[in-house]
Ligand binder design. Sequence first.
Ligand code: UT7
Length: 333
Amino acid sequence: MSVIASEYPVMIAGTGSYLPERVMTNADLEKIVDTTDEWITSRTGIKARRIAAEGENTSDLATKAAENALSQAGIAAADIELIIVATISPDTITPATACYVQHKLGATQAIAFDISAACSGFLYAMKMAKRMISDGAYKNALIIGAEKLSAFVNWEDRNTCVLFGDGAGAAVLRRSEEGEGRILATEMGTDGAQTGILNIPGGGSACPTSSENVDQKLASLQMSGREVFKLAVNAMKNASEKVIERAGLTADDIKLVIPHQANLRIIDAIADRLTVPNEKVFVNLDKYGNTSAAAVAIALDEAHRSGRFERGDTIILVVFGAGLTWAASAIEW
Ligand code: UT7
């Protein structure tokens, strides 16, 4: 006998974010590496980024973002049943950063684990949490993108250190009721043939940090920027188009596109190809740089809190990162 499972629709009930206090401007970077504000601004759009304090860990940033999301959703930590943290800069390799967050929040009923999908992690987490709610396993979930990338940046490498920053963004997902919004469709992809163009080569089991290699700073982000750039534009454009089509929408139905915040030139290229006007595309990378898994989550929260969309509007989130990985989601708010 076949059993047809009922699928519960899932909505985002609240968003939150947290940025560390310390601001590092392009002028500050000019004192550390051979770069200029002019180069960074014209090539990336980034003007500043936040840097976590010593002793302020990824789980601390994640917990603060989560508290803000819970408070907006009006859901108590005790009622959260699932916590997924997307990060490439975990507090420790094991246990998962989500376990520290579970304890710090007092979300004692929640199962908690991390996922590693780089800048795409928040949307990968959203897809997993949505599935686990829609099949009836859980009612309330917390997804968090959180990064302390300053701990994994080679501060002597101008190709990368000017790009990244620290921060966290979170969303509470729950079953949606009649008349409420819902996550309409998600499109995801991975190309494991491209692991070499954006990675942290050292510090894992393939290349543990040792006294012999410690000077090579292998446990830091490395990127072939130009290659990543081209693939990012194509992958994000294709994922956005697919998710718009699968949700039965046209570009005109979209109130706001919230893309991964890596480079303003990438964002402009995607907007052009999707024929979405610039005012319908959310940008905050000038303030925070690229915060990997946290970037789209922080942008979602800022766009939400500043009234860039409201109940009933349809938005598109689209991301791209190491792996290579990419994803897009269409959400009716
Ligand atoms: O979040 C995950 C996804 N990541 C991305 O999407 C990032 C994608 N890539 C990019 O955003 C861009 O490729 C970068 C911003 C990383 C680089 O911009 P670019 O226009 O591709 O520059 P480039 O790498 O081709 O470098 C151009 C020049 C080089 O000098 P030469 O070889 O032409 O003499 C670099 O050495 O700029 C030089 N350069 C710098 N100069 C001043 C590289 N970094 C810097 C710097 N300041 N910080």
